[in-house]
Design a protein around this ligand. Structure first.
Ligand SMILES: [Zn+2]
Length: 142
């Protein structure tokens, strides 16, 4: 499994420590992982039609809780402008891409519950993926 790394001072922590921030500077953690390199375009043919099609580039490559997120259509509007139709994501938000990775990690760490703060669609997304994972979840909305 991956670990945490502080982008400010390089402090590292095992991900199972369940620390929410860097103890040295109180800044947020980054996941410390290196995506796989050298994956050819042909490697993606025949794969699932979701975010997990690109599993080599994600920190947790084998999810158990997918709702079919990712791979929304890119529709040309003009010769130089296209629209990514992320309202077609499972919770109608692009936040599903991050939420599925976050909740998959939470599922693996098996916490008593998940607590999130959100001003809207991120909370809805985290709640949906926690429901899928069977994790109790409380979202605080200002
Ligand atoms: Zn730090």
């Amino acid at each position: 499994m991956t670990s945490y790394r502080c982008p400010k001072d390089g402090t590292r922590s095992d991900i199972t420590a369940l620390t929410w921030c860097c103890p040295a500077c109180r800044g947020p953690w980054d996941l410390d992982f290196a995506p796989t390199r050298g994956v050819g375009a042909n490697a993606f043919s025949g794969r699932t039609d979701s975010l997990w099609r690109y599993k080599e580039f994600l920190p947790l490559p084998t999810p158990a809780i997918s709702l079919g997120e990712g791979r929304t259509p890119l529709v040309p509007l003009t010769d130089t402008v296209s629209a990514k139709l992320d309202f077609l994501m499972p919770t109608r938000s692009f936040k599903d891409r991050g939420a599925v990775v976050l909740v998959e990690l939470a599922r693996r760490l098996a916490p008593d519950r998940v607590v999130a703060d959100s001003s809207g669609n991120a909370g809805a997304s985290v709640a949906a993926y926690c429901a899928r994972a069977g994790l109790p979840c409380t979202v605080y909305v200002p």
